[in-house]
Design a protein around this ligand. Sequence first.
Ligand code: PMP
Length: 364
Amino acid sequence: MARVFNFAAGPSALPESVLAECAAEMLDYHGCGMSVLEMSHRSSSYQQIFDDAEATLRRIANIPSNYRVLFLQGGATLQFAGIPMNLMVSGRAGYLVTGNFAAKAEREARKYGEVDVLATSEYTGFDRIPEVAGVGELAEATGYDYVYICQNNTIFGTQYHELPQTGEVPLVSDVSSCFLAEPIDVTRYGLVYAGAQKNAGCAGVTVVIVRDDLIENGPALPCCPTYLDYREQAEKGSMLNTPNTFGIYLCGKVYHWIEAAGGLAAMERMNREKSGLIYDYLDQSHLFHGHAQPASRSIANVTFRTGDERLDAAFVDGATQRGLVGVKGHRLVGGMRASVYNAVPIEGVRALVDYMAEFEDEHT
Ligand code: PMP
C-alpha cells in the first residue's frame, strides 16, 4: 500500500487510524451483523453512534450547553441561505467579504433581506483580512440581525487571527476550513458552522452550532424550508429526516482521534508548526511568493506561486510524481496551495519544503 501525502483543500486527508477502524468495522459493526451504512437511523445502535459523536465534539470544542449542535446535509453552501432565513428577524445583516465563499454567502443572503458589505479585501486580491475596528459600534447602531464572516478563506489562504467585536449583535462565522484546527471560543459567536470535509470528518456533513436564544422562535422567514429550520432540527436531534449516517459516524471517529492526540491545543501546535515550515521557506525564497499578507496568513491553507504559470505547472507535476498531491492552487488565485489540515503529517510538509528547495535550485 502506498499512501500519498494529500494537501487537497477538501475533501482532504483523514487520519489513517480512522480509516482503518472504519474498514475493520465495515462488515459487522460491534456485533450488530451489519455495516453502519446499512443501519436504521432510528435504531438504538445508531443513536449511540450519533450521541457519542455529538458528546465528543462538545468535549473537544468546549461547546456550552446553551448551544445546539446540528449535523446537517447540503454542505456549507446550503447554510448561506439557512442563516438569513433563520436569523434575519429585522431583515438586515452586515457581511465582511474576504474571499469567494464570503462573497457567495453575501450574494445568497441578498435574496432574503438587506445586506451591507462592511469591509472587503477584494481590491487587493483577497490577500488579507481587512481592518474591522468599529464594526461592533456600526452593527449595534444599525441594528443588524448578525454580522457574518468567513473565518478562514480556503482559496486565498487568509484567516482572522482576531475576531471582530460585534457587541450585542451575534457574530456568525463560516469556519469550514479552520474548524477543529485550533481551540475555539464558541461563546464569541451566535452561530458557527462548518462543512466537515476538511478537519471535522467528511463531505456530506455540515456542523452548525447555534445559540439557543437565536432559534427559540423558529425561522425569521416563513418561507424557510422545514429542513433548514434550526429550531425544528434541534428539536428532532438532527433527525428530521434521514441524516448522513455514515458521515456522522466518521466524524465521531475523527473527534475521538483529535481528543486522543491532545485536543485542539495540540492540533493548533501542529498546524502552526506545519504551516510555519512553509511560510519560513517562502519568506527567504527568491522563487516562490506567498499570496497572503503575513499578518493574515492561514494556518490551514498556504497559498504561493512562482509568478510564472509554466513553472507553477511544472512544480505541481513534479510534486505529484513524488506523492505530494493536491497542491494545485484554486483557479481564482492560480499557483499552488498546500492545505495542511490536522491529518496531514509533518513528514509530508517536510517533504514538500524539501521539494520546493530542490525545485528552486533547479530553476534559479
Ligand atoms: N466555506 C468555505 C470556507 C469553504 O472552504 C467551502 C468549500 N471548500 C465552502 C464554504 C463550501 O462548502 P460546501 O462545498 O460544503 O458547500
